[in-house]
Design a protein around this ligand. Structure first.
Ligand SMILES: NC(=O)c1ccc[n+]([C@@H]2O[C@H](COP(=O)([O-])OP(=O)(O)OC[C@H]3O[C@@H](n4cnc5c(N)ncnc54)[C@H](OP(=O)(O)O)[C@@H]3O)[C@@H](O)[C@H]2O)c1
Length: 262
């Protein structure tokens, strides 16, 4: 399948590990020039070097906190000056802590809104004018299965991710005529550092082993297993590609059938 992504410029936010890194890898494998960011410079640099080496890709990496609008502005500007534009923007950030409602502080809510909603606004504001000038663009947000089905003890994610879906649909409607397609990918349980941390907390809270927690999550899916980050990344590549040229405003779950609705 020709994805048409060769030499496209792709920003992948929050990409030193986990799903973001897998997306950066998969887009690099398709021939994209990659701009990556995360907060910790050393881990980011290591990931960027590995991706550049394995895929002979052009990779630009900058330490950026996606909750800082000025830092996002500078990241996008530097990407454009390095690579001559931006075609694909994948927004991502670390997930909010697992808590029930009464355990959350107002600070937790503000942090979740900053990281998991406003960061997408910051990137969209920066990249859309560049995409408009080329009359081609793809914005893909990474959220969660919580956009369709709330997960117990993830009230921050359950509530804040819904705003991203509203934004995605609005941007898709407003900028479709400029050739910009905007979609959302909602991962289910995916084998990353975040999932290991969530399993550890849940195991402590319920007196189970981490293995038991992960096995229960796997059992909740139709496929009876959790995902590899690469499986989420492949969906992002498809949405970024020419092969998904009539799809916009959608949320696609990559959850192995964990969502039980129609
Ligand atoms: N894994 C799952 O099962 C799962 C399921 C549903 C949804 N999700 C969501 O998918 C997203 C990615 O999850 P993941 O599992 O890949 O997480 P992860 O393994 O914890 O990786 C998070 C990545 O984001 C970076 N990051 C975190 N906060 C950042 C910030 N403020 N600015 C810039 N970079 C930041 C981290 O690097 P630094 O720490 O160096 O910044 C790291 O590279 C999260 O929103 C998560 O909630 C994950």
């Amino acid at each position: 399948m020709d994805t048409g992504l060769k030499n496209r410029v792709a920003i992948v936010a929050a990409s030193s590990q986990g799903i973001g890194r897998a997306v950066a890898e998969a887009l690099a494998a398709e021939g994209c020039c990659i701009a990556m960011c995360a907060r910790q410079a050393q881990a980011l640099q290591h990931a960027a070097e590995q991706i550049a080496k394995h895929h002979r890709a052009k990779v630009f990496a900058l330490p950026v906190d996606v909750t800082d609008p000025q830092a996002v502005h500078e990241f996008v500007e530097q990407t454009v000056s390095q690579f001559g534009g931006v075609d694909v923007c994948v927004t991502n950030a670390g997930g909010p802590p697992a808590k029930g409602f009464l355990a959350t502080s107002l600070e937790d809510w503000r942090s979740a809104v900053d990281a998991n909603f406003l960061s997408t606004v910051y990137f969209a504001r920066e990249v859309i004018p560049h995409m408009q000038s080329k009359r081609w663009g793809r914005i893909i947000t990474i959220t969660s299965i919580t956009t369709k089905q709330p997960v117990p003890d993830l009230v921050l994610s359950n509530a804040v991710r819904a705003a991203v879906v509203g934004l995605v649909r609005s941007l898709a409607n407003e900028f479709g005529k400029a050739g910009i397609l905007v979609n959302n990918v909602g991962p289910g349980f995916t084998a990353t550092q975040r999932l290991r941390e969530l399993a550890k907390r849940r195991a402590q809270a319920f007196g189970q082993s981490e293995k038991q927690v992960v096995a229960a999550w796997a059992e909740a899916t139709a496929l009876q297993r959790i995902a590899e980050p690469r499986e989420v990344a492949d969906t992002v590549v498809w949405l970024a590609s020419e092969r998904a040229s009539y799809i916009t405003g959608q949320t696609i779950l990559v959850d192995g059938g964990a969502y039980k609705g129609l």
